[in-house]
Design a protein around this ligand. Structure first.
Ligand SMILES: Nc1nc2c(ncn2[C@@H]2O[C@H](COP(=O)(O)OP(=O)(O)OP(=O)(O)O)[C@@H](O)[C@H]2O)c(=O)[nH]1
Ligand SMILES: [Mg+2]
Length: 686
């Protein structure tokens, strides 16, 4: 099979809020197009795209899934993306390799937090968009209300291209306003062909067909002329103008249906072919220089059995099997044995993939998500996917001693799959910290460590990386002297500590040599500095690193036989400890900037809770039933926020946070931490 022409490809990410039916919709599209013989369901864990056992167990998508189908002589590549906030890495990566997005909305819930987030990303990347209002068979579903919400909250250029026939449990089909026909609910079977529109809907259909035509002709002068003359416009001409408008982001057609019953898929597939641009029309912004062959890796599946699978978009090609490309990041040669098309977990080798197509390759050596591979080394700037920052961390330890290496290897693999999942050692507390976008993401990683890498680990709330600093000047002199028998030890130094103001929010350390007249030789002075640095690693208050200090070495004395670097190091360290006590030392804690989005009804409870966590409210922005609260909260108070937010909002709340700055811990809180550290130190001594 030769490579598909770029004009005949459609690359579509199916995106939207958690649980709106994206996976079910992809399943239905594959079924309607004849790629599968039965309509799988999320409940039964039989869908093509949620193939992973953890996805099936939890009934939700945890990673992006690449599928493809043929419709009207076009190859449609679909990337089913996860809706949960914790698994957005794949969603954002998918948005880098498609021209079009189907934004799926729940017919009951309308525009939800993650829908808006994905929409914003798509805006930034100028992706063409189609909306699909799903779940119209559910109680309280209302297509027109959701259409209005989309016009208010996403764009006033959203326009209905389909209408439901009936509503809730009396929904019997949909109307296609472009082709002026209807489809009846196939109840999970294949959709029959187009039907006449029921007479009872004539007025409503007329109204919305006019709205659609008005919106389309407004984007096309010639068509507008003909329309105003009262000419009947052919479907093809309207479709053509529609596609131009969708390509230029001037219109967002809104379709509808019931994914779990396969209602609305024919009209949606037609719309993807007729209304969404091909890679030939819209193309990519990813650079590949003058390479004749180039691919961009947008996803990595780290399967312990089949090895690594890298999903890519062809930037320049065609690209076939038995090709060697080079990764300019590592300068390594990478051999593509076979090029594959993916259908969920199943792959099929194909001869070649052409420009714009999406596919995969197994067993590349050192390639990571985000790399561009080219046929000859060209200087390319790899595209920036701009993954979200991790918002939470857990300390992670293996249950069995000796499994540390296994745990680290497993987590490295999982990080390859999901770059927002990070393992790092906190240099201050010495703990291994596993950070991610949500508690669920971290918990899924723990499950995967067990099932895939056979290592059991435990999560604990991490230690807070406190720091210490001083508030006033102090001086001390210390003489370290041992001169009994043999060669002695002698070091003597006088130092002054001064508070050092933060620079760009960073507290630092400065050592200033003020020695006059050579009372300490040049060669011993760095030893004093070294001793002080060591003492600063564990402050006297709570064992936290000391920062924000300038040390002046002002005086000292040396002995021409007994002095040594070691002696001066100890003298420096002791002098520091003495001066530190008098320099009014204080404890500092990290303050996080928090953004919480919750349903309006929960704002009071969430604010009250933030208040009890020593949070300071910075602002509130209501938008479409949800309010975004901004606050500054000490990290120590928000280590386990995820559970609290879930229980306050019934799972509808969402948050993100990042480090802002260090601030002094209020005295009463600091006292507790200092006592706690003291107790721990004493226990450790026993
Ligand atoms: N009644 C009804 N249920 C639906 C419809 N579409 C999907 N569902 C059900 O809604 C639930 C969520 O569907 P999914 O397809 O997993 O939704 P998703 O958007 O892929 O979810 P995430 O990947 O977790 O974000 C499943 O139980 C589906 O069977 C629909 O049109 N009507
Ligand atoms: Mg899904």
């Amino acid at each position: 099979m030769p490579a598909t022409e770029p004009t005949k490809i459609r690359n579509i990410a199916v995106a939207g809020h958690r649980g709106v039916g994206k996976t079910s919709l992809v399943e239905a599209l594959l079924f309607e197009a004849g790629e599968t013989n039965r309509l799988g369901s999320v409940e039964q864990g039989t869908t093509v795209s949620d193939w992973d056992e953890h996805e099936q167990r939890r009934g939700m998508s945890l990673s992006g899934s690449l599928c493809h189908l043929e419709w009207k002589d076009r190859k449609i590549n679909l990337v089913d993306t996860p809706g949960d906030a914790g698994f957005q890495a794949d969603t954002y990566a998918a948005l880098r390799v498609v021209e079009g997005v189907v934004a799926v909305l729940s017919g009951v819930m309308g525009v939800e937090v993650n829908t808006s987030r994905v929409w914003k990303r798509a805006d930034e990347q100028e992706l063409s968009r189609v909306l699909f209002v799903n779940m119209l068979d559910r109680e309280r579903a209302d297509f027109f209300r959701v259409l209005e919400a989309a016009r208010q909250q996403l764009s006033d250029r959203c326009v209905a291209i389909q209408l439901p026939i009936g509503s809730e449990h009396e929904l019997t089909g949909i109307v296609d306003l472009l082709h002026m026909c209807a489809y009846t609910d196939p109840s999970g079977g294949r959709e029959g062909g187009p039907q006449p529109i029921p007479d009872s809907m004539a007025d409503l259909v007329q109204e919305h067909r006019e709205k659609l035509l008005d919106a389309v002709v407004e984007t096309d002068e010639e068509l507008m002329g003909r329309y105003l003359e009262g000419e009947e416009l052919e479907t093809e001409a309207v479709a053509d103008a529609l596609k131009q408008a969708v390509t230029r982001d001037e219109l967002y057609p809104v379709g509808c249906g019931v994914a779990s019953k396969n209602l609305g898929t024919t009209a949606l597939l037609d719309l993807l072919v007729e209304g969404v641009p091909s890679p030939a029309k819209k193309g990519t912004t990813i650079e590949f220089g003058d390479a004749k062959q180039a691919v961009f890796i947008f996803k990595t599946i780290a399967d312990p059995f089949t090895g690594r699978i890298s999903c890519f978009r062809v930037l320049a090609g065609p690209v076939s099997g038995d090709t060697t490309l080079v990764d300019p990041r590592t300068h390594a040669k990478e051999r593509l044995g076979q090029v594959l098309t993916m259908q969920g977990k199943d792959s099929e080798a194909v001869e070649a993939l052409g420009i714009g197509d999406l596919g995969a390759v197994a067993k590349l050596k050192d390639v990571v998500t985000g790399d561009v591979l080219v046929d000859h080394e060209v200087a390319v700037e790899p595209p920036h996917i701009d993954f979200p920052e991790p918002v939470m961390s857990f300390a992670v330890t293996p249950k069995a001693k000796g499994d540390e290496e296994k745990m680290a290897t497993g987590l490295r693999r999982l990080h390859e799959e999901d770059p927002t999942l990070l393992l790092r050692r906190d240099p201050q507390t010495g703990e291994q910290l596993l950070s991610g976008l949500s508690q669920m993401q971290v918990e899924v990683a723990v499950d995967r460590l067990s099932t895939r890498f056979h290592v059991e680990v435990e999560l604990h709330p991490p230690r807070v990386p406190y720091k210490e600093t001083i508030r006033k000047e102090a001086r001390a002199r210390h003489r370290y002297k041992k001169q009994t028998g043999g060669r002695g030890q002698f070091g003597d130094c006088a130092i002054v500590l001064e508070p050092l103001p933060a620079e760009d929010g960073e507290l630092g350390y400065e050592f200033v040599d003020k020695i006059v007249g050579g009372v300490i030789s040049q060669s011993y002075r760095p030893a004093v500095d070294k001793g002080i640095r060591e003492a600063m690693e564990h402050g006297e208050l709570a064992g936290a690193p000391v920062q924000g200090v300038r040390v002046l070495l002002v005086d000292g004395m040396e002995h021409n036989v007994d002095s040594s670097e070691m002696a001066f190091k100890i003298a420096g360290s002791m002098a520091f400890k003495e001066a530190y006590q008098q320099a009014d030392p204080v404890l500092l804690e990290p303050i996080m900037e928090l953004e919480v989005t919750v349903p309006d009804d929960n704002v009071g409870a969430v604010n009250g809770d933030l208040n009890s966590r020593r949070g300071r409210l910075q602002g509130m922005e209501p938008a479409g039933g949800m309010t975004t609260i901004k606050a500054e909260v000490p990290m120590a108070e928000i280590l386990t926020y995820s559970q609290a937010l879930t229980s306050m909002t019934g799972g509808r709340g969402d948050y993100s946070m990042h480090f802002l700055r260090y601030e002094e811990v209020p005295t009463h809180v600091a006292q507790k931490i200092i006592e706690q550290t003291k107790r721990e130190r004493e226990e450790a001594k026993v």
